[in-house]
Write a protein of this length. Structure first.
Lengths: 157, 157
DNA sequence: GTTTTTTATTTGTATATACAACTATACTGT
DNA sequence: ACAGTATAGTTGTATATACAAATAAAAAAC
C-alpha cells in the first residue's frame, strides 16, 4: 500500500534535496499510484482491473453502437495496452460481446452486455465518490488550477 | 505513442463534459504516461526499464553500502513491484551484485557494480534534461505550485 | 530448549504493458 | 485482374505489477 500525507522526499526516503523538476515527476508518478491503489479497492470485489473497467466505460459511452478495436484503443488512457487480450478477459465474464463486422471483415465489433451495464451502474456511485475523495482536499479554484498546470506541463515541444 | 498539446477531453475523445475531479484523475494518469514514454526512450538503447533504472539509482544513493530487499522496496515509487525479479535482471547484466548478509542470513545485500555506476553516470545528463523538458513549460512559481497542489491533493483522510 | 511468531525473501499465478512479427482483408494504381 | 500497399487485429515474447503462498532464518514466549 502506498503512503500519503508526506512530502515526496520523505516517501522515497531521499537523503538529498531534489530539484523541483525532479519532484514533479516523482509527485506525478506517486499520485498516479495512490489514485490507482484506491480505485483498485473498488474494483477488486468484482474481479475487474482498472483497464477492464476503462474499456467497459468506453463501450457504455457508445450508447448501443459497437466499437471496434481501434476506437477502443484510441480512447484508452494507456494507448499501448493490448486490447485484444483485455477484451478476451471481459468476454469470459460475459461483460461484452465480440463479432466480426459484416461491412469490413477486418474489423471487430465489441459491445457491452446488459450484465456489463448493470455492473457499471452498480459501481457508478463508488467511482464518483473516488473521484471526489482526493479533489476535496483542494478548493474549487485549486482543482481547476491543478488541471491547467498538468495540461500546460505536459506539452511537447 | 501518447499524444499531448491537447486538453484531456480531446485525448480520450470524450463526447461529454467531464467533472473537474474526474479530469484531475485522467490528467494525472495521462501525464504519468507521457513522462514515462519519454523516459523510456532514454533507457531503451541500454536495455533498461524505468524500474531497473530506479533500483540502480537507489543503490548508487547508498554510497558504497549495500541495500537489502526491504530497503530497496521502501524507496521505490511503485512499492509493490517484485524486487527479487528486478534484481535478477540487473544481475544478468552485471549491473549489481547480490550476496547473503553475513550478520542475518535472511537478508540479501545488493550493491551496484562499477559497470552500473558508469551506466548511471553516462545517463545522468539525459535524465536531467528529461526532468527539465516538461517543467520548462511552467515558470518557477508554477513548478513549486504544481508540486504543492499534487502533495495536497493526495492526502488520505 | 523447544515451540511459536515475526521478519526477509522467493516463488507461483494471473494480469498488464511494450513492442515486434504475423495474418487477413481491403484499397490503390496500373 | 493483379501486384503492391495500407489497415485491422492477433499472437509471441519479455518485462512489470499484484497478490498470495511458501520457505527459511531470527527473535520471542513459555
Amino acid at each position: 500500500m502506498t503512503t500519503t500525507n508526506m512530502r515526496i522526499e520523505e516517501i522515497i526516503k531521499s537523503n538529498v534535496t531534489l530539484s523541483d523538476s525532479k519532484k514533479i515527476i516523482l509527485n506525478v508518478m506517486y499520485t498516479h499510484n495512490v489514485i490507482g491503489d484506491k480505485f483498485s479497492e473498488i474494483l477488486k470485489p468484482h474481479d475487474l482491473s482498472s483497464e477492464q473497467y476503462n474499456v467497459l466505460r468506453i463501450l457504455r459511452g457508445q450508447k448501443g453502437f459497437p466499437a471496434n478495436m481501434c476506437v477502443i484503443q484510441e480512447r484508452m488512457i494507456a494507448k499501448n495496452s493490448n486490447t485484444t487480450r483485455l477484451i478476451d478477459k471481459l468476454l469470459l465474464k460475459d461483460l461484452v460481446t465480440r463479432e466480426v463486422c459484416p461491412d469490413n471483415r477486418r474489423k471487430i465489433e465489441v459491445q457491452i452486455t446488459q450484465k456489463g451495464l448493470d455492473l457499471l451502474k452498480y459501481l457508478d456511485p463508488m467511482v464518483i465518490e473516488h473521484e471526489n475523495y482526493f479533489s476535496s482536499n483542494l478548493n474549487p479554484d485549486e482543482v481547476v488550477l491543478l488541471n491547467d498546470l498538468l495540461e500546460k506541463y505536459r506539452q511537447l515541444k
